[in-house]
Design a protein around this ligand. Structure first.
Ligand code: SIN
Ligand code: CO
Length: 391
């Protein structure tokens, strides 16, 4: 397992001030050695699972035509691949592989709930996914092998793209920087920067991508939650009935009334906080409900017994937690669910919402939680939801 991926002298404050969401940065590994937490064969194995999102992208010799195929794949698909010029991409590997989710521990200078997933690519010589831009920040951690990255112009929704392969590739790519990266090097890219990375020999890349809901998703999500609080008899009314100037005209005060209704409905920080907490902790792909349905805890006693018998409580790889504090109370968000909690559970919520999942939950935090009925009940609820595991 890779203990740390950022060099010791990496200055997090300077990074946040000068680069985060602003401009690209190449972070050289220096003396750090990077050990891949997964092999290409294991990655290919994951790409054969139906619950896992994966893609195979092949490019022609001229590097001007890309072909996309979506998984799940079979062993035969891999056997019939050429020697070079393809990439296998597997989404959210942190959700399935603990050692991959452990890579996230080093990125704790950015809120854990901002992380979307760790996507892993395995490319053979000259393999690449074409010149493109993404709408989110990404740290591209180079694993085994090497890649040549070209970085280009700033793009947005008006930038012409060619979608005929299903890949939204840039019609025009204007590179202005070029770097070859080696194991442990990290390339940070803010949203909208054109990039194109070509493998030189076989290469693995770990993309730590960040969750950034669009304004459309935010507004529709908050409004959907607000709608759930409404009932059918709340309807449009004529607030100040008077003779219309013309019966076809919609008067300004009708619009003002609607505006105030929409405003009133969304002027609700609690509703917005809950929507956001649930949205940012929702798993990228649904967890297997069968798996945790079979392992339910029915009481605090049974949790205590298992711990006394030596079981250790871990977070499930990819389980997502966050908490918020308001009006002298707390709320825990776990995989898209919201749990009210007392202020005294703060250290438990903080332990749960630390990024990365390899470490067991600290024994002293669990011990304190078990002496407190509310905290212990919270642990059981979150366990029964499938976010924790006893091993
Ligand atoms: C890659 O891993 O080669 C592609 C990642 C990206 O460009 O977003
Ligand atoms: Co990209």
């Amino acid at each position: 397992m890779t203990e740390t991926v950022l060099p010791e002298d990496f200055d997090r404050q300077t990074f946040l001030r000068d680069y985060w969401q602003k401009k690209p940065l190449l972070i050289r590994a220096g003396s750090l050695s990077f050990i891949d937490p997964i092999t290409p064969e294991e990655l290919a194995g994951l790409a054969c699972e139906s619950a896992v999102e994966s893609r195979l992208i092949q490019v022609n010799e001229q590097q001007n035509d890309w072909q996309l195929r979506c998984g799940p794949f079979s062993e035969q698909d891999f056997i019939s691949l050429p020697e070079s010029r393809y990439s296998l991409l597997v989404q959210a590997v942190d959700q399935w592989v603990d050692d991959v989710s452990a890579l996230l521990q080093d990125f704790d200078f950015i809120p854990a709930w901002r992380v979307d997933d760790v996507m892993i690519s395995y490319a053979t010589d000259q393999g690449n996914v074409g010149p493109h831009f993404d709408y989110y920040d990404v740290f591209l951690i180079q694993g085994q092998g090497q890649k040549r990255w070209q970085i280009g112009q700033r793009c947005d929704h008006t930038t012409p793209v060619d979608d005929h392969s299903g890949l939204k590739l840039l019609r025009e790519f204007k590179p202005d920087q070029e770097w070859t990266v080696y194991p442990g090097d990290i390339l940070y890219l803010p949203p909208g920067i054109a990039h194109y990375g070509v493998a030189e020999g076989n290469a693995m890349t770990y993309s730590v991508g960040f969750r950034a809901p669009s304004w459309a998703e935010i507004v529709s999500g908050v409004i959907d939650d607000a709608i759930d609080t409404l009932h059918e008899d709340q309807r449009y009314t004529d607030a100040h009935p008077r003779l219309p100037m013309h019966s076809g005209e919609i008067p300004a005060d009708a619009v003002t009334q609607l505006q105030s209704l929409v405003h009133q409905l969304t002027d609700n920080p609690e509703l917005i906080r809950r929507w956001f907490g649930k949205t940012m902790t929702r798993p990228k792909y649904p967890l297997d409900p069968q798996e945790h349905a079979e392992h339910q805890l029915d009481s605090i006693r049974s949790l205590k017994t298992q711990l006394e018998q030596g079981a250790i409580l871990y977070k499930v790889p990819g389980a997502r937690f966050a908490y918020s504090c308001h009006d002298n109370s707390l709320e825990l968000f776990a995989d898209g669910e919201c749990y009210p909690a007392g202020l005294h559970t703060l250290s438990l919520l903080q332990a749960l919402s630390k990024p990365g999942h390899i470490e067991p939950l600290p024994a002293e935090v669990i011990a304190a939680a078990l002496t407190d009925e509310d905290a212990a009940q919270l642990l059981i609820s979150v366990y029964n939801q499938g976010c924790l595991v006893l091993d």
